[in-house]
Ligand binder design. Structure first.
Ligand SMILES: [Zn+2]
Length: 294
């Protein structure tokens, strides 16, 4: 949960790797760029953490030293609505991710809930909520109760993860963190965000259902995005004018509602575009202040 809007990349920026940086160097390098969040990518993990506890703890202590808030993107190999074996394996994978999140002090495990498959959408969703409640209670009994579960809004029509579904999960499962991927919502609804008011509607809906605290503390993903009639196709950099959504509009809404999101940049430029978004928000804040005093 952020004390101010925070910005950072989804994963280690390519340039850091070229410079030969190791994982524990990442928080310091981000801080040097003026960034203050980092989403560790555990996206191809199986049923065991694929990093050593010592390495995770080192990352965590460097992050705290450099005031970088950590989150962890859980494995893609999760389907909480499938067959029993699939759901059980998915639960173990999520718990492996949560275990590593605890080691590094990441506040949330972000994840993609699953796929509707051949069953009725409402039934698939019900299975997903049931499985998540089981994951939650197992996490609590393993002593990793502090890590939040962060179901994400998804960009394809066959994936569980409409805004309504994600909010319902947050209403029914303990210790959840709302994760809004704005680009996914844009793609799923074929270009939903065309003006600032389109963002405002989402923020107001979240506030109405989940309250002011939740809306102020959203965990967000952002990228320009290309889509087809099935939804999300490819991520693009912020400067690609052909694609939406436009971060400037979201920055206005963040300012108007005094939100403090953790904004994770998922464009191919990661940290460079995260800096760009931070600066766009900074300019809007300044304009608003000048507007009030001038
Ligand atoms: Zn994701």
């Amino acid at each position: 949960m952020a004390d101010r809007p925070r910005f950072g990349p989804a994963g280690v920026p390519p340039l850091f790797r070229i410079l030969g940086a190791k994982l524990p160097d990442v928080p310091r390098l981000l801080r040097e760029e003026g960034l203050d969040a980092f989403e560790y990518q555990a996206v191809r993990w199986g049923q065991k953490p694929q990093m050593r506890q010592e390495e995770a703890e080192k990352l965590g202590s460097e992050a705290r030293k450099n005031d970088v808030l950590l989150s962890l993107h859980g494995t893609y190999y999760v389907n909480l609505c499938g067959k029993k074996e699939v759901v059980e394996a998915s639960k173990r994978r999520l718990i492996a991710c949560a275990t590593a999140a605890q080691w590094m002090g990441a506040y949330v495990v972000v994840f993609h809930p699953g796929f509707y498959g051949r069953v009725e959408k409402s039934e698939a969703f019900g299975n997903c909520v049931k499985a998540l409640k089981e994951v939650r209670s197992e996490m609590d009994s393993l002593g990793i109760g502090k890590v939040k579960l962060g179901p994400e809004t998804m960009g394809r029509v066959f994936q569980v993860g409409t805004l309504d579904e994600i909010m319902t999960v947050c209403e029914t499962v303990e210790q959840t963190q709302l994760v809004i991927d704005w680009s996914h919502l844009h793609a799923r609804h074929l270009g939903r965000f065309r003006k600032a008011d389109d963002f405002r509607v989402v923020v107001e809906e979240v506030e109405r259902r989940l309250g002011t605290e939740v809306v102020r503390n959203m965990h967000c993903h952002f990228s320009k995005i290309e889509y087809t009639d099935k939804g999300e196709r490819r991520h693009h950099i912020l400067d690609e004018a052909r694609y939406g959504p436009d971060f400037q509009m979201l920055a206005e809404v963040i300012t108007d509602f005094d939100l403090r999101p953790v904004m994770i940049c998922e464009t191919p430029l990661l940290d460079i575009d995260a800096v760009k978004m931070r600066d766009m928000l900074g300019r809007v804040v300044k304009e608003r202040q000048n507007g009030l005093t001038g």
